[in-house]
Design a protein around this ligand. Structure first.
Ligand code: EPZ
Length: 426
């Protein structure tokens, strides 16, 4: 197990390129199950999570070649419908194979994901949406067993049929699963309160390239007319808006000047708005964004929301920034009410944060002090790294395997921005 050693107090400056988005690559990889044959996906980030999805697809029988920038996934050899516990327990997003397996084979056996570092993360909406399409769902030995057998004599396909489904709350993952099942279902499905995160929009667009009929992409109301078959295709993963915003916070928290390139500025508008509210100067130039620090950040209130609102995946990083801001910031997470495991670790560095239910009140301090801290989940660990870059002295962030799940080459990219950072065995 490795840790990250940071010497803080140096402004970040320079330019860094954004990688492909983890949360777009994962559903795109799962969608390849829908159309037997070779799919080509470019700009898949090299992360622990994308590696896990490779192993899930290989466990289902896919053949995968992944060179520097291009992943070739051949799903013509898929025959198994089981996504094993050993893999699913390491990555909840493995549940994305549920819809495609059910649609292609009429059955799926996918381990229940279980909880995560900050509490229960149910999949009831994934299951309800499959039932709405006509599947039978059982839980057996910790596995979701979904069946919608195809007509007698058919070897592939399913008896899924179009439906009307309204999500009681917006869910990225469940929208993705319903989309991937409905595109091969018989008849028309109408989905209300669908998630519109850019990663879901890219998934829907890829399904259309494969031959699906989907109306309303990018809106909360989707109309999907099922087709009999889909064809393999090619897609480039969109830039990672959360990685992009994380590096910009790095510029703000170190009072630096950072440019990120090859991103989609529109995808992180809410984060840019929050950074401007906290005193940074933001300049957008095509697919590049520059943040120039305006000196010590100002305090600001932030409430997370579904896209295009402020992303919960940026909440921890902004809390680190608020920890050195001038004034009191109130940070509310409306998506995950208990996503605050980074707060006590930031307090070890001298931050003054009080959490009550899903609200954190952050009294900004002029300086944080380096300390040994422990990563607990992906975004919490990013917040600790950012705080370490701003803090006086040395910070050691342990358990950085959490970071490896979602940030490609983090230490190297930070070093190109002038950070004093070193990866060491713990
Ligand atoms: C996706 O998770 C992202 N993961 C998460 O990013 C992100 O935090 C989340 O969306 C919200 O934006 C991936 O894309 C792989 P949801 P997902 O279903 O799909 C509740 C990161 O850091 N809910 O939109 O699991 C749920 O508990 C990760 O990269 C149900 O109640 O999130 C939450 O409160 C962490 N029942 C809310 O909905 C369900 O069946 C939103 O969850 C499903 C969700």
């Amino acid at each position: 197990m490795d840790c990250l050693v940071l010497q803080g107090g140096r402004p970040l400056s320079g330019s860094v390129e954004v990688s492909g988005a983890k949360n777009a690559a994962l559903p795109l990889m799962a969608a390849t199950l829908l159309a037997p044959g070779e799919h080509v996906i470019t700009r898949v980030p090299r992360l622990a999570d994308t590696q896990t999805m490779v192993r899930v697809l290989e466990a289902l029988g896919a053949k995968i070649h992944w060179d520097a920038t291009t992943m070739r996934i051949d799903t013509s050899t898929c025959s198994s419908v089981e996504a094993p516990y050993d893999l699913v327990k390491t990555m909840r997003a493995s549940v994305y194979v549920l819809g495609p397996l059910l649609a292609r084979f009429g059955r799926a056996r996918v381990s229940l994901p279980g909880g995560c570092a900050w509490g229960p993360r149910p999949v009831d909406l994934h299951l309800k949406s499959m039932e709405a399409l006509g599947a039978t769902i059982e839980i057996d030995e910790g596995y979701i067993v979904a069946t919608a057998p195809p007509a007698v004599g058919a070897t592939q396909g399913s008896s899924l049929r179009g439906t009307r489904f309204t999500f009681p709350i917006s869910s990225v993952g469940a929208t993705g699963n319903l989309l991937m099942a409905a595109v091969l279902a018989r008849g028309i499905s109408v989905v209300e309160n669908a998630a519109i995160e850019p990663e879901i929009t890219q998934l829907a667009e890829y399904l259309v390239v494969m031959g699906a009929n989907i109306e309303g992409i990018g809106t909360t109301r989707l109309e999907i007319e099922g087709v009999d078959t889909l064809s393999p295709a090619r897609v480039e993963v969109i830039p990672d808006r959360i990685e992009a915003a994380t590096y910009l916070v790095g510029g703000a928290i170190t009072l630096g000047d950072v440019t990120i390139t090859r991103c989609q500025p529109g995808h992180l508008a809410a984060s840019l708005g929050a950074l401007e509210a906290m005193g940074s100067k933001i300049t957008i130039n095509g697919l590049a964004i520059t943040l120039q620090s305006g000196g010590r950040p100002r305090a600001a209130d932030i409430a997370t929301a579904v896209y295009p609102g402020f992303a919960t995946d940026m909440q921890a990083q902004m809390m680190a920034l608020a920890a050195i801001a001038d004034g009191v910031s109130v940070i509310t997470d409306t998506i995950y009410h208990d996503r605050f495991s980074h707060a006590p670790e930031l307090a070890r560095m001298g931050a003054d944060i009080r959490v009550v239910d899903n609200v954190a009140t952050v009294h900004g301090r002029t300086r944080l002090k380096g300390a040994p801290v422990m990563a607990t989940d992906l975004r919490a660990s990013a917040a600790l790294v950012l705080a370490g870059l701003a803090a006086e002295g040395e910070t050691v962030v342990s358990r950085i395997y959490h970071l490896d799940r979602g940030y490609e080459n983090l230490a190297a990219k930070l070093a190109t921005l002038g950070a004093r950072v070193e990866r060491r065995p713990e």
